[in-house]
Design a protein around this ligand. Structure first.
Ligand SMILES: Nc1ncnc2c1ncn2[C@@H]1O[C@H](COP(=O)(O)OP(=O)(O)O)[C@@H](O)[C@H]1O
Ligand SMILES: [Mg+2]
Length: 350
């Protein structure tokens, strides 16, 4: 057979052919892998926080603790907890980053004795509502007016924007994660509205900054409720309704039924204010969720898909508003359908 001299050939050399085929194979393999792993890319794996409810009542587990420990007693709080620095303060509590057995913890101290009833109510709620939706209680001492909880270094939801702007969190500053946060928030409301203690209203939420300050952002970027000092009970079957606080409320953040319904020149009297139910929390969902969605690529697309459910939340007639569970179901559907659309678009491109 006639041998074609190597140099005279126009096509790839013997050595180039396998290299070329190898490259092609690698590209095909990468595409297949990418195709198969799309689910993983779009459905962000959120390392699930240890669920405090997996410990029996009166016990806690946090971080990498393998066993459940009993809540710390007054004696232990006094001797084993070292107060380090103040990290927050509200109307009821002053909160200190502290140390317990080389772990960071949050020690809350009552600020003013006049607020003791709210402080004790909050403690009671924390004790009874321990779950993945609520900050983990580590101990308390009624005598000293102290509460010990798990410390969350990212602080309250008010810090969300500056946290997500850090380069460390750029990869999670996406519409998917932000919608997940909105789902956490609505999930907490849904839990409070159907809690083991009946229907509870998140009353400490007369404006957006105040509302955000009652929730903490965990290190794996989920939300837990922290301040449960104002959770009055609604009992529809016995006709028990609530009034949030004792003062006149203003503005559009609160539900219309929370506003003074009489003429401006008529002096405010708490007794004259009609009471209301948990639907006041639903009214506030669109504003809080919009804050959580922020302004990243895709946020407006999500807002567009949530338009109808948010409009329903803003119904002036409370009974026409959806339940928190309805809102959560809609958020979940939107998340899944947008992910499916994005995945099929990406697959088509491959
Ligand atoms: N466990 C915690 N980890 C980190 N920061 C916390 C923690 N608990 C409270 N804080 C900070 O302290 C602030 C006030 O706490 P909060 O319980 O809302 O007090 P108050 O009842 O007085 O409103 C929160 O908004 C938050 O910034
Ligand atoms: Mg607070």
């Amino acid at each position: 057979m006639e041998q074609i001299p190597q140099e005279g050939r126009k096509g790839p050399s013997h050595r180039e052919v396998p290299r070329f085929v190898g490259l092609l194979l690698a590209m095909v393999l990468m595409n297949v892998l990418l195709y198969l792993c799309l689910d993983w890319f779009f459905i962000s794996p959120r390392s699930s926080a240890v669920d405090p409810s997996s410990c029996p009542h009166g016990y806690f587990r946090m971080g990498h603790m393998t066993n459940c420990s009993p809540w710390l007693t007054c004696e232990q709080l006094r001797t084993e907890v070292r107060q380090l620095k103040r990290v927050g303060e509200g109307a009821v509590k002053r909160v200190f980053l502290s140390e317990w057995k080389e772990r960071k913890v949050a020690l809350s101290r009552l600020t003013r004795l006049e607020m003791r009833d709210d402080f004790l109510h909050g403690l009671q709620m924390l004790k009874s509502l321990q779950s993945k939706h609520v900050v983990t209680l580590l101990g308390y001492c009624e005598e000293d007016n102290t509460i010990l909880t798990e410390y969350h270094p990212l602080g309250s939801l008010s810090n969300l924007e500056e946290t997500l702007n850090l380069s460390k969190y750029q990869h999670v500053n996406t519409w998917q994660h932000r919608l997940q946060l909105a789902m956490d928030y609505v999930g907490i409301l849904s839990y409070l509205h159907q809690s083991p203690l009946g229907t509870r209203v998140m009353c400490d939420s007369s404006d957006l900054p105040k509302t955000l300050s009652q929730y903490l952002l965990t290190s794996n970027l989920s939300i837990v409720a922290n301040d449960l000092d104002a959770l009055p009970l609604v009992n529809h079957s016995s006709g028990q309704l609530v009034k949030c606080g004792h003062r006149q409320l203003h503005g559009e953040f609160v539900a219309p039924e929370q506003l003074w319904p009489y003429r401006e020149d008529m002096p405010f009297q708490e007794e004259l204010l009609p009471s209301y139910d948990e639907k006041v929390d639903i009214w506030k969902i669109p504003d809080v969720s919009s804050f959580l969605l922020g302004h990243v690529e895709g946020s407006d697309m999500v807002r567009f898909h949530l338009f109808d459910i948010h409009q329903a939340c803003k119904s002036r007639i409370p009974t026409e508003r959806p339940t928190a569970q309805d809102v959560l179901d809609t958020y979940r559907e939107v998340l899944h359908s947008l992910r499916d659309t994005m995945m099929s678009q990406t697959r088509e491109m491959l």
